[in-house]
Design a protein around this ligand. Structure first.
Ligand code: ADP
Ligand code: 5SP
Length: 468
């Protein structure tokens, strides 16, 4: 008996690699696996290959194609032998904040930068990490012959390195040296960031195979572009993802070049655009809160739901690891409103409210720059599993929230791209999008007002002086 056609989708994200084995005909997930990544914001990228091998393993013999969606922006700098010259610096590593300011100035200012590469550079962008390497690790910088993104590096490994490294328009649009409107590298900008010419991966057309023997390797994409494919996102929808990063994103037909830097004008994996507002502190806010209170996530939720809206006046500015929305790369977390009567319940509540308020800010920024964000608001990502997050989300966003069943949507989107490359069709296969549970609650605008008050009062204090 012949087996059904199967594809593998890999999500190589910040904290772990997750993979799904999927029926290519209808998108049914047949099996799912995960392997952790090392912690930290600078990581030996070879550990991602180990994690990928651990999850893909024997599935390779059972499937016909694979695609990888990876955490965006990370710098994988390789020497002439294809070995890393330095740990990969991840999207949430803020050491290159001064380099970002420098590069934006060299490009003629914020609007000129957004016009050239779709976004105003902040420390997350690959170009700024190359500049940091040039200035702080000159010997390593001199040895770099090629720079890849995390998904490119893992995909190249899955192709056995039998082909030139490759990437796609979606992930390339987060480097700071790619013009998504023309789908062309700006090699000049990469060279100017690093201090010398550097090889960049070839761009694989959306839905095309990047390498093919008995097994097809698709071009892959960034994790947020993968989520859009996995969710079957349509124009009008806004997705809020609560993983290591917090992301509000939407499909757009036209490019966005926001000179304020609030919204990044990325490309998607289907020839369109995926403008996005991103926070650096998301699920980690709750991870830290659970650790500080000595509880697990379900007890954290129980505590949070036992306190009233507004947490009896306790507010948190949750920019623990520096922040990008708002742009405060050296910020730390700040608590306000603590009283002798403050309880563990209040602290848990304030953490969940701060997480959701930071994401509501991101949604507002996105909607103010991208027209037509009037469809569903979808909630996904690891921390969307938390009962308190789900209960409070509609109250803080002030609208209905659509929650698809917990699933690895980034990996599923990668699998959909793999099936697309395998089928050779013009558009991705039409897999039935997941149904959603619709959550409603009475709005609590005063919670956002208290959050905004703390955010705005502390901006000048936490904002570092910038050197240009
Ligand atoms: N029930 C839960 N409540 C709160 N946080 C959760 C829960 N389940 C998972 N998480 C958090 O979600 C995060 C992982 O989410 P994920 O979307 O896989 O992240 P990433 O893709 O960035 O690696 C971790 O920080 C984890 O602790
Ligand atoms: O930097 C961004 C988007 O610009 C992040 O969204 C990264 O792509 C990491 O994603 P997760 O690991 O949090 O999914």
């Amino acid at each position: 008996m012949t087996r059904t056609t199967r594809v593998i989708g890999v999500d190589s994200s910040t904290q772990s690699t997750k993979a799904v084995l999927v029926d290519a005909d209808d998108g049914t997930v047949l099996a799912q696996r995960a392997a952790p990544h090392p912690p930290g914001t600078a990581v030996d990228p070879r550990r991602w290959l180990d994690a990928c091998d651990a999850v893909v393993g024997d599935w390779r013999g059972e499937a016909d194609a694979v695609a990888v969606a990876g955490q965006q922006h990370g710098m994988v700098a390789l020497d002439a032998d294809g070995l890393p010259v330095h740990d990969a610096l991840l999207w949430n590593d803020t050491r290159s904040a001064a380099a970002a300011t420098q590069l934006v100035a060299e490009m003629g200012g914020a609007q000129a930068c957004a016009d050239a590469v779709g976004s105003v550079l902040v420390a997350s962008f690959t170009a700024t990490k190359l500049r940091w390497l040039r200035d702080h690790r000159p010997e390593a910088a001199a040895a770099v012959t090629r720079v890849l993104l995390p998904h490119d590096y893992v995909s190249w490994h899955l192709a056995g390195r039998h082909t030139e490294p490759f990437t796609d328009r979606g992930d390339a649009s987060g480097t700071g040296y790619f013009d998504a409107r023309t789908s062309a590298w700006r090699e000049d900008l990469a060279a100017s960031a690093l201090g010398h010419d550097v090889a960049l991966p070839r761009i694989v057309a959306d839905g095309a195979a990047a390498y093919e023997d008995a097994f097809v390797v698709a071009g892959g994409t960034g994790d947020n572009m993968g989520a859009a494919l996995g969710l079957g996102l349509v124009p009008g929808d806004v997705v809020v993802s609560i993983g290591t990063s917090g992301v509000a994103s939407a499909i757009a037909e036209d490019p966005v070049a926001d000179g304020t830097g609030a919204v990044t004008g990325f490309a998607d994996a289907t020839g369109r655009y995926l403008p996005m507002a991103t926070t650096m502190n998301a699920a980690g806010i709750l991870d830290l809160q659970a650790r500080l209170l000595g509880v697990d996530h379900s007890e954290l939720a129980r505590l949070a739901l036992a306190a009233p809206p507004g947490a009896n006046g306790v507010t948190l500015s949750p920019y623990y690891g520096g922040e990008r929305t708002p742009d405060r790369p050296r910020a730390t977390g700040l608590w306000a409103g603590l009283r002798p009567t403050t309880t563990r319940e209040d602290l848990a509540r304030a953490a969940v409210e701060a997480l959701l308020c930071s994401l509501a800010d991101a949604v507002d920024l996105l909607a103010s720059r991208v027209g037509g964000c009037d469809g569903r608001l979808l909630l996904v990502g690891g921390a969307a599993r938390n009962p308190a997050v789900r209960a409070l989300a509609p109250a803080i966003f002030g609208q209905s929230v659509h929650v698809p069943p917990p699933a690895e949507y980034v990996a599923l989107g990668a699998a959909r791209q793999a099936a697309w490359a395998l089928g050779g069709t013009e558009a991705p296969p039409l897999w039935k999008p997941a149904g959603t549970e619709v959550l409603d609650a009475d709005p609590t605008p005063f919670v956002r007002e208290a959050y905004a008050d703390l955010r705005d009062r502390t901006g000048a204090w936490t904002q570092p002086e910038r050197t240009s």
